[in-house]
Write a protein that binds this ligand. Structure first.
Ligand SMILES: NC(=O)c1ccc[n+]([C@@H]2O[C@H](COP(=O)([O-])OP(=O)(O)OC[C@H]3O[C@@H](n4cnc5c(N)ncnc54)[C@H](O)[C@@H]3O)[C@@H](O)[C@H]2O)c1
Length: 301
C-alpha cells in the first residue's frame, strides 16, 4: 500500500474547499483550511458544522466522531506558513489561472520536498498550473465533485510532468477518503466536464429546435438513462454563465462540436443564468425550489 502522510492543507475555503477539508478531517487527517478571506473561513466552518450535524441526525456519524472531525480542523489566512510540514496540499481557489499560479509559486518553496500538490481545477491545464513549481512532477489534478461528502468520484488528472509516485499517492489519498478514483490525462474538460458540457449544449439545441419541452427533455434523460438530474436542470444548477465559459473554451480547443447553442448566449445576456438568479431554463421560488411547469417550451432560435 502507498504510504500517505497525515497533514493536509486545503487552499480556498469556498464551495469545494470546505467539502474537501471535511472529507480529509473526517477520515482522520490533520487539516488546515486556508483562504485570503477570513469571512470565507468562518462561513466554511459553519458549512462543515452543518455537514457533521446532518450526519449525526441521520445516524451516520457519532457525536464523538463529529467532535474528532472538528478537532482535526484548523483555519488560517497565512498561506506559506500553513504549507510548512504538509504532506499534501490541495489548491481549490477561484478558477483563474493567475490565482492558481500565484498560490503554487508561494507554497512551493515552503512545502517539504516529499509533499505533493493537488489542484481541484475543473477545466484549466494541470500541466500549465504545475509550471509554477520548481518540480512539476509533484503536481497532479485532484478533481472532486460537489457536494464532496455525497459525491463518490475523484478524477485524478495526470499532467505532462506528473510522476507515477505522485499519481499513486494521490490515488491512495482519494481511497483513504472513500472515493472511487479514476485517472485521466490532462486534456480540455477532462472526462466529466467535457461530457457534461456536450450533453447540456445538445439539450439546449433540442429545446431551441422545438424537439420537446424542457421538462420532457429532462424526463427523457432521468427516466430513459437513469440520470439523477436532466441536463437542463443540471445546467440551471451549475449556472449557464459558467457553462457558457466552459463551452467557449472547449469550442476553441476541440472545435465545432462544442459551439455554444445561441439560446445559451441569449439566456446569459438576459441574466437568466439558472437557479442562483431565480430563473434559467426553469423558474425558481424564493427558497430555490423549481416552479412546476415553468420550463421553456421550445423553438427559441
Ligand atoms: N463549484 C463546483 O461545483 C466545482 C466542482 C469541481 C471543481 N471545482 C473547482 O474548484 C475550485 C474552487 O471552486 P469553488 O466553486 O469552491 O469556488 P468558490 O468561489 O466558492 O471559492 C473559491 C475560494 O478561493 C478563495 N481564494 C481566492 N484566491 C485565493 C488565494 N490567493 N489564496 C487563498 N484563497 C483564495 C476565495 O476567497 C474563495 O473563498 C475551482 O478551481 C473550480 O473550478 C468547482
Amino acid at each position: 500500500m502507498t504510504e500517505v502522510g497525515n497533514k493536509v492543507v486545503v487552499v480556498g475555503a469556498g464551495l469545494m474547499g470546505h467539502g474537501i477539508a471535511h472529507a480529509f478531517a473526517s477520515a482522520g487527517h490533520r487539516v488546515t483550511l486556508v483562504d485570503i478571506d477570513a469571512a470565507a473561513l468562518e462561513k466554511a466552518k459553519g458549512k462543515i458544522d452543518e455537514i457533521i450535524a446532518g450526519g449525526i441526525k441521520l445516524g451516520k456519524v457519532t457525536l464523538e466522531a463529529g467532535e474528532a472531525t472538528r478537532a482535526a480542523l484548523s483555519t488560517s489566512t497565512a498561506l506559506a506558513a500553513s504549507a510548512e510540514g504538509a504532506d499534501l496540499l490541495i489548491e481549490t481557489a477561484t478558477e483563474l489561472l493567475p490565482v492558481k499560479l500565484d498560490i503554487l509559486r508561494e507554497v512551493d518553496p515552503a512545502l517539504p520536498a516529499h509533499a505533493i500538490i493537488g489542484t481541484n481545477t475543473s477545466a484549466l491545464s494541470v500541466t500549465e498550473i504545475a509550471g509554477a513549481c520548481a518540480d512539476p512532477a509533484r503536481v497532479v489534478g485532484m478533481h472532486f465533485f460537489n457536494p464532496v461528502h455525497k459525491m463518490k468520484l475523484l478524477e485524478l488528472v495526470v499532467g505532462l510532468a506528473t510522476s507515477p509516485e505522485t499519481l499513486a499517492r494521490a490515488r491512495a489519498y482519494g481511497e483513504a477518503v472513500g472515493k472511487a478514483v479514476i485517472a485521466v490525462n490532462d486534456s480540455p474538460g477532462l472526462t466529466t466536464s467535457r461530457m457534461s458540457a456536450m450533453l447540456g449544449n445538445e439539450a439546449m439545441w433540442m429545446l431551441s429546435e422545438g424537439v420537446a419541452s424542457a421538462e420532457d427533455i429532462d424526463t427523457a434523460l432521468r427516466l430513459g438513462f437513469n440520470h439523477p438530474m436532466g441536463p437542463l436542470e443540471l445546467g440551471d444548477l451549475t449556472g449557464w454563465d459558467t457553462r457558457l465559459k466552459v463551452l467557449q473554451y472547449l469550442h476553441g480547443v476541440l472545435g465545432d462540436k462544442f459551439r455554444p447553442c445561441p439560446l445559451i448566449l441569449k439566456m446569459v445576456k438576459a441574466g437568466r443564468i439558472g437557479r442562483k438568479a431565480g430563473a434559467g431554463v426553469y423558474r425558481y421560488d424564493e427558497e430555490g425550489r423549481k416552479i412546476a411547469g415553468s420550463g421553456l417550451k421550445g423553438s427559441y432560435l
